[in-house]
Write a protein that binds this ligand. Structure first.
Ligand code: FES
Length: 373
């Protein structure tokens, strides 16, 4: 077959950029130049479509800017050990000081079979009674635990949930080794994946326990947090950032991962700002798709002008009202979960109801993926 050469531009100019993403019609190309030698492979990564030409070069490999997969800049093969992952490569031709590409010369894209992550499975509630997960977000030395007011109330809550017939599970974030969110969403919505990109790439990352409990196991999610400088704990936010991948599935695929889930909160602190902490938590968990019982949090703070924290521990330990209020919160959350479980959820297909924006329909068409089956 006769090549169909398309002009990419002047050689002298193209040589100045070691790696660039070029669109040839609707085809994305990762064009590289090392020591004066040009090469071109597809600009669409095999993983989830990252723009390879916007990445960087590591020797003769193009490193994807989204999750660091590598492909040989000339052959399109994955890095050693992953050669079966192959992106198309293209013929180039220099003439009269200009560089040309033949799109018809594209080789075949090939995706190696990768084992599915255990979290990558169909959504759905497994049969069984109501289940409550408590997530403690307070931080302290695991080897030398101290009394925590938010933990104490969470324990009261889970004990009560057990007494009213629920299965319970306690997750203490401080006991999990997990990385902070690395902002894949900030590069592109599609770079933020389910399961979380970090969870998939790092087998040592233990936030999978939170994902498993929240997405698949629990009917009620009970989050406890201390107030630290007027906001929830740093571990709470570390978890919340990593839950972006759950919320982002709504943006990307209209896939609401938390359905019929009830969220409630336990908030305690020395100084004030209960309403600020609760407001953030309610907003965030509503964005995840959770429901809330009437009066969805129980809270206590010693107050702005109080500096007697040693009294505070005593107060929480012995406050019958606070522990009773916590049990009542569990009753309301479990009652709502029971009623939700008894009714099939309404299916709403129009995500514009959430943000009044149609990300998927408004997005300009993605590049043609040459060689994708
Ligand atoms: S590594 Fe390229 S899209 Fe994930």
């Amino acid at each position: 077959m006769e090549p169909h050469w398309t002009d990419l531009g002047p050689v002298d100019e193209l040589k100045r950029t070691p790696l660039q993403q070029r669109m040839v019609g609707r085809t994305a190309i990762a064009l590289s130049c090392v020591d004066g030698r040009f090469a071109a492979i597809s600009g669409v990564c095999n993983h989830v479509g990252g723009p390879l030409g916007e990445g960087r070069l590591d020797g003769d490999y193009v490193v994807c800017p989204w999750h660091n997969y590598k492909f040989h800049r000339a052959t399109g093969e994955g890095e050693p050990g992953y050669e079966a992952d192959l992106v198309p490569r293209f013929e180039l031709h220099e003439e009269g000081g200009r560089l040309y590409i033949d799109l018809d010369s594209a080789t075949r894209r090939q995706k190696a079979k990768h084992a599915r992550h255990p979290l990558d499975r169909p959504l759905g509630r497994e049969p069984g009674g109501l289940r409550v997960v408590g997530i403690s977000t307070t931080n302290m030395d695991v080897a030398n635990p101290r009394y925590s007011t938010s933990d104490a109330l969470l324990e009261t809550a889970l004990e009560h949930a057990g007494k009213v017939g629920c299965e319970t599970r306690l997750i203490r974030l401080r006991e999990l080794a997990f990385r902070t969110c690395e902002g894949y969403y900030s590069k592109a919505a599609r770079a933020c994946t389910w399961p979380c990109s970090i969870t998939q790439m790092d087998p040592g990352d233990q936030l999978d326990r939170v994902y498993e409990a929240m997405v698949f196991w629990a009917d009620v999610v009970l989050v406890s947090t201390p107030i630290r400088w007027g906001v929830a704990s740093s571990l709470y936010f570390k978890m919340a950032e990593r839950l972006n991948c759950v919320q982002n599935q709504i943006t990307l695929r209209n896939r609401v991962m938390l359905k019929n889930k009830v969220a409630s909160f336990i908030i305690t602190g020395g100084q004030d700002n209960v309403q600020g902490v609760a407001g953030q938590a309610l907003c965030f968990f509503s964005e995840l798709g959770c429901q809330f019982p009437q009066f969805p949090y129980v809270a206590h703070s010693r107050g702005w002008s109080a500096e007697d924290m040693e009294e505070n521990v005593d107060y929480v330990k012995h406050s019958a009202e606070l522990h009773e209020g916590t049990r009542a919160l569990v009753d309301r959350a479990v009652d709502l979960a029971r009623r939700l479980a008894a009714t099939a959820p309404a299916e709403h297909q129009h995500r514009a109801g959430r943000k009044a924006s149609g990300y998927l329909s408004a997005k300009p068409s993605l590049p043609v993926v040459i060689g994708d089956d």
